[in-house]
Design a protein around this ligand. Sequence first.
Ligand code: ZN
Length: 276
Amino acid sequence: MRLLLAALLCLASLPALADSYLTRQLNHPVPGGVAVLDLGKAPSAPEAFYDGKPVLVVKEQANWRAIVGLPLSAKPGAQSIQVREGAAQRSLSFGLGSKRYPEQRITLKNQRQVNPNPADLARIDKELAEQTRAYRSFSPNTPSNLLLDRPVGGKLSSRFGVRRFFNGEERNPHAGLDFAVPAGTPIKSPAAGKVILIGDYFFNGNTVFVDHGQGFISMFCHMSKIDVQNGQVLARGEVVGRVGSTGRATGPHMHWNVSLNDARVDPAIFIGAFEP
Ligand code: ZN
């Protein structure tokens, strides 16, 4: 009887361990979501890697946690990260669920934005490489906050992950979250960070990348005006630019990407607006 009671108490303590604040807030292990994984109580921060890329690791009370970004292309089923503590390396597995994303049909007057010409394609390739490098940068500092501030007020419009058809032709799914706000609205950095890339791109228009630390990166685009410079260090809430409709946009709105370990994930997760 005493043994049984001890066993029951032991079981009862397990969910409490898994049920941390960060887990409750951020753990949505689906393609385009986030997995919060317990790395235990090592004396110094373990390193974690997903798909060979370094992962954000933070301390929550006594435990280290990996905050893993899961790309839309991730396959539901068994997944794993690699964890390194000094010379020791282990694999930590977790389950990836599935999620259905809706479709959206968009009409563009400018056919070149649907089927770019060869010169445009060369430009797009170069710009993609530049932006991919920014998403893959990994600075050692810990983010000021993982629960992010909304960069603008206003209603959410186009959701993350929506499968998009431009003039009837399927293109990349929506990698960010849109807010319906008028042109000129100031866009505020949702956490402290550093500006790591500024550009005027074919699809994204005026764009700013903000590195919040350890591969946790925000990207804002279609801006009418950029108010920061490359390399600038930003306080939480500092204005990065103004809402606009530059690049491939049907009208003024604020588009925000959030990336972890080079995986674009649903920004709604970080502002408490995730829809399963
Ligand atoms: Zn958008």
